[in-house]
Every structure is written in structure tokens, then in C-alpha cells.
Design a protein around this ligand. Structure first.
Ligand SMILES: Cc1cc2nc3c(=O)[nH]c(=O)nc-3n(C[C@H](O)[C@H](O)[C@H](O)COP(=O)(O)O)c2cc1C
Length: 577
């Protein structure tokens, strides 16, 4: 990157709104590269898109090499006349119409589009996320149609589950690459009235989309389960990004966004500060910064560290450009329990938040899901069939699996909501060799503590899957995290580690629900592991984990089958006082 030549590599590019956890690309038959695409395959792709978005007539869906390509040809497709664009928005719309010699005006309200030959809006809008309710779009197209106009709605960042109703005066553009995280595939669609669809196909010419793009796009658009899971994950990740920006001091600086990006007012120097740390975000002339979503946990950690290092003052602007203010009032309340302070100590604070005088904001009522008896039975099975696994098949996991499991793990409870879990994904063969060596040495030491028949039994146990497991990661507790403001940790600092264990158990169950096995390796010298992985010394190792497909599933713990120990009946663990 020319702008930040000394920034650490690899750069973390958050300057776009592209899903960082891409659709797992299937293996492609070699002939897809060698042959011209088959028109029937294009039709199947368009039918898959139509089905995914609820379009009744697949012929009104036209595939193109990216929605940008369609933006470029629209002036040659749509009737002449004045173009009005709801602004500010993605600038390529203005450029395309102006390049074609059209008169273009920017307006600030959707109502101002009516009366023009062509009205253009992005929904949701890029970059501020302004969103017209989907049901308002056909009504706006109706109003444009009264004056003979056509409405163009760029839905590049639309929710893929938003349905598309046909309309004779409406052209919609949909992007494939953003939600599916495959922007390099260059695939986009127009959904438009049939006569315009015929003309667009002629303008794009034969073979508008490559064979690989057709195959991958068709598979992805048919994959409703991936779409659903991805929507949920993006919502969760966007909320996580909000929390991170908020904690970093960008409170009140939010302008808007979509699940794929967030827009904030830029505190002075933040773009430069992030760039110097190899983190690229998009800066806009209005003084806005757009943050795309980090993907892997290491990327989240890196962004968090860079934001914390920025030492931002708390932002409190609403609407106009935010102004930094001194922290006071509510901020002081947020920091009521600084790390290390004893909240039960000298300060005569009320015992709980229901004490008179402290108004606790109540959450807005939401409809909670109901879990029925059948679900509980399945959940019980999951608990019973979770196993510690040490024998793995070597098959790789589908891309995105580990990230998805870590995202689920991060739903776990944590003391003071301090979220002290830190995941270090270990893929480097040299580091894996080092961990195996540490395990062998620690295991030999452990063996030395037994003798006689117990030692013989110990020697028969297989206590790690480090040779075969395709995925390995270490999980640490960051006791130094400022998150949670020390709440609940003053008397028992080890609550940080306990919180991390809840996350591990959550991941363990989520993995088993996907048919995967997890093996916990604890026969390791924790200091040597932290050194081998080159991680901050104050991160405490909670466990090292092997993940993959188990060679076999078992109803009983391996240590029980090998008569090392037996499972006891639960009443043995209960005392009454
Ligand atoms: C904190 C913790 C550490 C563990 N460490 C190891 C280990 O180093 N090696 C191993 O083979 N299993 C390890 N296990 C797995 C246990 O042996 C296993 O959970 C137990 O035998 C019950 O079996 P199950 O998990 O299949 O129900 C560990 C489990 C926990 C909870």
C-alpha cells in the first residue's frame, strides 16, 4: 500500500463492505475453465437467483459480470431524460449517467425522485445505510411511473432474504459478491421488466458470466442454509463491531450502516492511526469512516488493539459531526468498578440496581423463541454425545467452519461481560511441531508420576490428536482486558479463566452438533506454549484444542471405556446444607 509503506503486513483491509467469511467455493470440474459457458447453465443460475429472492419469472433476472457492469450499461438501456439520484450514495451511478451525457441531479429525499425520467437510489444506501422499507419501493416506482419514469434501485447491500415483487417501472440491481464474500468472482444481477431484460441480455452479449462464476453462483444461491447462517452471523458480527467501536470511544459517533459495514464520524487522525497499523478503512469527504467487518478472531483482536491504542476521547455527537467531550456523567457510571477495585469495599453503594433512585432501563419486549420438548430431547442427546476426541480423520473442514464456531463460542457468558477469551489459530507447521514436542515432553513427565499397573494403563492412553487433527487452536484468557471494567473479578480474578471455559464448552457442543469432534489437550507447559505461539505474556493458556472429523463417534468417554475412570451418578456430587 503506497499510503502506508511502513505499516505492518499483512494489511487488514476493512475498507470495503465485503463479507470476510466467504461462501466455501466447491471443487470445479476442469472443463468449466476450458469451455465457453453453456446458455442452459446461465439460465439455471438465473433461476437459482429468482428462487432465492422470490422472483416469480426467472426470465426477468439477468446475470452479469458484477452489478457494476450493469450500472455502466443502464444509460444505454433506459429511456432518455433527466436522471435524479438520491444522494449521497455510491458515486458510480452519477459517473455512469454523466459519462453517457445525461443531465444528473442529486436530491436528498426519495419524494424528490418522482417526476424525473430516471430515479436512482441505493437501498440500503452505501455508505450511510439509510434504508427505505422494502414495501415503500414499489409505491415509489408507482409514483415515478405516473410521470412515465423508471426507478432504479441498487440493492447491492440488500438482505438476501428480502423478497422481490415484479413491477413494470422498476429495475433492481443485486450484487452476489458482497454477501457471499466473493467479490472477485464478478457476478451481479438485474431484475427488471421482461422487455428490458431482453434488451439487457442483448447489450451484455453471449457468455456474460464465466463458467466458474455460474457454477459457484448457482451452488451458493441454492444454499439456503448457508444464507440463513450467514445472515445471523453478519448480524452478530455487526453488533460486535458496534460494541467495539463504542468501547473504543466512538460512542454517539455512529452515522449508520448495514450488517456488512458501519459508518462513523471520524475522530481527528483515526484513519491515519489505523493505516499506520496496517488497518485500512474507507474515509469519506463528509468526515466519515466506514468500517467493514473483520473476519478471523485475530483480525478482531488486531482492530481492537489498534482502536484502544488510539486512546479516543468519548464521542457524543448526534447527527452532525461528532465532537470530542470530556468523559463525565454516564461514562463515570460505566467506569464505576475499575479493574482491581473492590465494589463491596468502603464505598457505600446500593446493594443492587433495583435500589430506589437507580432507574434500570428495561429492554424493549421481543418475542423469545420457544424450545419444545422435541428440541430438549435433541439437546439432551447433544450433551450426552459430546466427546473428547483424540482420533481424527485428516479431511479439511469447510472454509469458515472454525470462524463460525468461534462466533458461537463468543456468545458464552463472561464475568462482567468482559469476554476475556482469545483464540490463537495454529496453522503454521513449524509451530504445530513445537506444540507436539512440548506435549511429548509434558506427557513423559506425567507418565513418570505413575507406577505399576496405573503406569501401564497410562501408557495405553491416547491423550491428544495433535498428529492428525486438521484444525488446531489455543485459547487464552486475557486477565488484563479492560472490558467489563473489572466487574466481578476483584475478589476472584480467576473468573476470567472460568469465563473462557464457558466459551470453550459452547464451541465444543456447537462443533459436535456439526458432526465435528474437539479434543482438549492440557498436558502442556503453558509458558512454553505461549512462547511457541509468540503471544502476549499476560494471556494465560486455558487449553490447546484439536478439531476435525472424528474417526468414530462414541457414547461413552474413552477414559471410561479403557477403565481409567468411571462416570459417577450425579447425586454423588450434591450436598444439602
Ligand atoms: C479441562 C480439561 C482438560 C482436558 N485435558 C485432556 C488432555 O490433555 N488429554 C486428553 O486426552 N483429554 C483431556 N480432556 C478430556 C477428558 O479426559 C474428557 O473430557 C473426560 O475423559 C470425559 O470424556 P468426554 O469428554 O468424552 O465425555 C480434558 C478435559 C477437560 C475438561
Amino acid at each position: 500500500m503506497r499510503l502506508f509503506p511502513d505499516a505492518p503486513r499483512p494489511l487488514l483491509d476493512l475498507s470495503t463492505g465485503i463479507n470476510p467469511v466467504a461462501y466455501p467455493v466447491p471443487a470445479l470440474p476442469p472443463e468449466l475453465w476450458a469451455r465457453l459457458p453453456d446458455p442452459e447453465a446461465v439460465a439455471a443460475l438465473e433461476a437459482a437467483a429468482a428462487l432465492a429472492w422470490g422472483v416469480a419469472a426467472p426470465a426477468t433476472v439477468v446475470a452479469a459480470p458484477g452489478s457494476q457492469a450493469i450500472i455502466g450499461v443502464l444509460p444505454h438501456l433506459l429511456p432518455p431524460g433527466r436522471v435524479v439520484i438520491l444522494s449521497p450514495t455510491y458515486d458510480e451511478h452519477r459517473r455512469s449517467w454523466e459519462d453517457a451525457g445525461r443531465e444528473v441531479a442529486a436530491v436528498a429525499s426519495p419524494d424528490a425522485l418522482a417526476g424525473a425520467a430516471i430515479g436512482v437510489l441505493c437501498n440500503p444506501n452505501n455508505p450511510d445505510g439509510r434504508r427505505l422499507p422494502p414495501s415503500d419501493v414499489p409505491a415509489l416506482a408507482d409514483r415515478m411511473a405516473e410521470g412515465g419514469g423508471i426507478l432504479v434501485v441498487d440493492e447491492a447491500f440488500a438482505d438476501p432474504e428480502d423478497r422481490v415483487e415484479p413491477h413494470p417501472s422498476l429495475v433492481r440491481l443485486r450484487s452476489f459478491g458482497k454477501f457471499h464474500g466473493l467479490a472477485g468472482l464478478r457476478l451481479g444481477f438485474a431484475i427488471l421488466p421482461l422487455p428490458l431484460a431482453h434488451r439487457l441480455r442483448r447489450v451484455l452479449g453471449p457468455w456474460p458470466v464465466s463458467g466458474p462464476a455460474i457454477a459457484i453462483g448457482t451452488a451458493a444461491l441454492r444454499d439456503a442454509a448457508w444464507t440463513r447462517a450467514t445472515r445471523l452471523r453478519l448480524d452478530a458480527d455487526a453488533a460486535r463491531l458496534d460494541r467495539l467501536l463504542h468501547r473504543a470511544g466512538l460512542r454517539g459517533a455512529g452515522v449508520g450502516g448495514t450488517p456488512l459495514f458501519r459508518l462513523v464520524h471520524e475522530p481527528p487522525g483515526l484513519w491515519q492511526h489505523l493505516g499506520e497499523r496496517g488497518i485500512l478503512v474507507r474515509r469519506f469527504a463528509q468526515g466519515w469512516l466506514r468500517f467493514g467487518l473483520p473476519g478471523a478472531q485475530t483480525e478482531w483482536t488486531r482492530l481492537e488493539a489498534a482502536l484502544v491504542a488510539a486512546g479516543l476521547p468519548v464521542m457524543r455527537a448526534a447527527g452532525a459531526r461528532a465532537e470530542a467531550t470530556q468523559s463525565s456523567g454516564a461514562d463515570a457510571q460505566d467506569n464505576a468498578y475499575p479493574a482491581g477495585a473492590d465494589p463491596a469495599g468502603a464505598d457505600p453503594r446500593p446493594c443492587d440496581a433495583d435500589a430506589p433512585g437507580l432507574a434500570t432501563p428495561q429492554p424493549a419486549p421481543v418475542e423469545a423463541p420457544r424450545f419444545d420438548a422435541a428440541f430438549r430431547d435433541r439437546l439432551d442427546l447433544l450433551f450426552r454425545w459430546r466427546r473428547d476426541v483424540r482420533r481424527f480423520r485428516r479431511d479439511a473442514l469447510a472454509s469458515g467452519t472454525l470462524d463460525r464456531l468461534i462466533a458461537t463460542a463468543c456468545l458464552a457468558p463472561s464475568v462482567g461481560l468482559c469476554q476475556p477469551w482469545r483464540f490463537a489459530v495454529v496453522a503454521d507447521p513449524a509451530r504445530r511441531d513445537r506444540i507436539r514436542a512440548i506435549f511429548c515432553a509434558s506427557n513423559a513427565q506425567a507418565f513418570g508420576r505413575y507406577d505399576g499397573e496405573r503406569a501401564e494403563r497410562y501408557a495405553r492412553l491416547k491423550l491428544s490428536g495433535l498428529e492428525d487433527a486438521p484444525v488446531q487452536f489455543a485459547v487464552f484468557a486475557d486477565r488484563a482486558t479492560p472490558d467489563g471494567h473489572g466487574l466481578g473479578r476483584a475478589t476472584m480474578p480467576e473468573m476470567a479463566e472460568y469465563s473462557v471455559v464457558t466459551a470453550i464448552h459452547t464451541l465444543w457442543l456447537a462443533a459436535r452438533a456439526e458432526g465435528l469432534g474437539l479434543g482438549w489437550v492440557s498436558i502442556l507447559d503453558p509458558v512454553q506454549v505461549a512462547q511457541a505461539l509468540d503471544l502476549p505474556p499476560d494471556w494465560r493458556l486455558v487449553g490447546y484444542f484439536c478439531l476435525g472429523y472424528p474417526e468414530a463417534h462414541a457414547a461413552q468417554p474413552e477414559l471410561e471405556r479403557l477403565e481409567w475412570e468411571r462416570r459417577r451418578a450425579w447425586p454423588e456430587f450434591v450436598v444439602q446444607r
